[in-house]
Ligand binder design. Structure first.
Ligand code: NAD
Length: 516
């Protein structure tokens, strides 16, 4: 397809007219009766391709392909060394194709190319290297508490996983779930967001070129209500992992309940960023900007509820508003862009609706609060700050998922912990302080799966990641993935010939029993 966008032409990226799924044994031929969904470039709103939607029949074929590959043993029973070889080759292939992958992701979801190329795509490669290392260190367990017996605990892959991923970091998150799943020998069917189908498709091709047998990772495409719902209810799925919204998780969980399929959910947030009066204010401002507006604010880990202590509030707000007004908003393919468009038109509208709602609350608009038609027909929203008096405001209680932050002023430490926890979410807590006492209280008092102290966004892949409350069920992480994606099996073996209580020997006296 001839691209109307000069950057794409310059990059020599080829986008097919019709994007199809990737299922072992099925040729990627277009299906003339399938629904075609338009894929837009959010920077201009132009249509760049169509996405062929998979209905229940194709989803079931994909699950069968994954099951067949699983039962073939070609991957599920191959050696750790072979899995490590494939994972390391895949990581290298991702690095070699980083430019193309970042471009594909940016074109579909509108995320700033520079951020994708420098952070998210390298993370996708790191995920495979990380799990290659991890499976090389896995040890079994033995127990010998019973005299004459030895208990050995082994793990076997759970089977076939259904994986659902969102658009806001589709490749980074899909690669994490795929690596977590297939590292232990499972197969999967992945349904990426219909708004970010391109890079994930390329990822699977790279995995197969690195030696992954076809059928281990299959991709189905389409809307959540069609393809997603079919995958969530498909027979032959042993695990369900979803990264997305709470409402989606509720539907998927109801489907999983019918078969008692275990679920792992990574969900929403609207996380508190607490800035105390003894913080290094320059660093706190840098951190607050990055955590609020990084990834165009479309990020679950955003520190989008800023809580600032009263005696430094004026200084913080003045500097933070000035820097926010200076953010470079624009074409996501431009290397200098810091905040790109929203990923799709309805999402832009959802954020604009919050601005309309805010007019009827006590929120004071400090900057932004509008679309940006001066940037053309893309789905832009101006970086926005509201000063809010009450944490019960919907701006604080709901996930807005855009370049929008609220600032609240607190008086003392106790208020900070109370406001931070006054949320149905519990994904992240941020805190800026030079006080050890406050740092310790932060660690003990804030209810969130990840706490960032004097830093925005740093992640050690060995540590668990996930949310309290409505922010998720379960955790990402190597040990957590092993627990979720495998079944543990305890085998108890007799050492020698320990006595076996005898039954069926006819009528016996108490005296006989005492000797048996
Ligand atoms: P979403 O819930 O709309 O979609 C996620 C995936 O589920 C998509 O592939 C979608 O097509 C599919 N889906 C939607 N409805 C479905 C249904 N009824 N049945 C089955 N599948 C269905 O989320 P989104 O808008 O794509 O992503 C943004 C959300 O993801 C935000 O809420 C964000 O906080 C969350 N998120 C969380 C994390 C985390 O680690 N906690 C990371 C990234 C994004």
């Amino acid at each position: 397809m001839a691209s109307p966008m000069p950057h794409i032409e310059a990059s020599k990226l080829t986008i097919p007219d019709v994007i199809t799924g990737h299922v072992a044994g099925l040729s990627a031929l277009t299906n003339s009766s399938a629904t075609l969904l338009p894929v837009h470039f959010p920077g201009t709103g132009e249509s760049i391709a169509s996405l062929q939607e998979d209905a229940a029949a194709q989803v079931n074929t994909a699950v069968s392909a994954a099951r067949a590959r699983f039962h073939s043993g070609e991957w599920s029973q191959c050696t750790t060394t072979e899995k490590q070889r494939v994972f390391r080759a895949a990581a290298q292939a991702i690095r070699n194709n980083a430019h193309e992958l970042a471009l594909q992701e940016s074109l579909c979801a509108g995320l700033p190319f520079a951020h994708l190329a420098s952070r998210q795509i390298p993370r996708a490669a790191d995920n495979f290297d990380f799990f290659a290392d991890y499976i090389g260190q896995l040890a079994g367990e033995t127990y010998d508490q019973l005299h004459d017996y030895r208990t050995v605990v082994t793990r076997q892959p759970a089977g076939v996983a259904a994986i659902f991923t969102p658009w806001n970091a589709c490749l980074a998150l899909s690669s994490m779930q795929i690596a977590s799943c297939i590292a232990f020998g499972n197969s999967c069917v992945l349904k990426p967001s219909e708004f970010a189908p391109l890079a994930v498709l390329q990822l699977v091709r790279l995995l197969e070129s690195a030696g992954l047998p076809s059928g281990v990772v299959n991709i189905v495409n389409g809307r959540g209500s069609v393809t997603g719902a079919a995958l969530a209810t498909a027979e032959g799925v042993d695990r369900i992992a979803l990264t997305g919204r709470g409402n989606t998780a509720r539907k998927v969980m109801a489907a999983a309940a019918a078969r008692l399929t275990p679920v792992h959910f990574e969900l929403e947030g609207n996380s508190a960023n607490i800035i105390f009066d003894d913080a290094d204010l320059d660093r706190a401002i840098d951190g607050a900007l990055l955590s609020a507006f990084g990834n165009s604010g479309q990020i679950c880990i955003a520190g989008s509820r800023i809580l600032v202590q009263k005696n430094i509030a004026d200084r913080f707000i003045e500097a933070f508003v000035a820097r926010t007004k200076d953010l470079q908003v624009g074409d996501p393919l431009d290397d200098l862009t810091e905040v790109g468009p929203m990923a799709f038109a309805q999402h832009q509208q959802k954020i604009l609706n919050y601005f309309a709602l805010a007019e009827n609350t006590d929120a004071t608009l400090l900057t932004g609060g509008r679309a940006m038609p001066e940037l053309g027909s893309g789905y832009f929203v101006a970086p926005t700050i509201f000063k809010v008096a009450d944490n019960r405001s919907p701006l604080c209680q709901e996930e807005i998922f855009g370049p929008v932050v609220t600032i609240q002023i607190f008086n003392n430490d106790e208020d900070a912990w109370t406001i931070a926890n006054d949320s149905r979410f519990g994904l992240i807590g941020y805190c800026w302080t030079e006080s050890l006492r406050r740092a310790q209280a932060f660690q003990q008092r804030v209810d969130a799966g990840t706490l960032w102290l004097n830093t925005p966004i740093a992640r050690d892949l060995r540590a668990p990641f996930g949310g309290f409350k409505a922010s998720g069920i379960g955790r990402d992480g190597p040990r957590q993935a092993a627990d979720f994606f495998t079944e543990e099996k305890a085998t108890i073996a007799a050492l020698g010939q320990p006595a076996i209580r005898k039954m069926g020997l006819g009528k016996r006296t108490k005296k006989d029993d005492a000797h048996s």
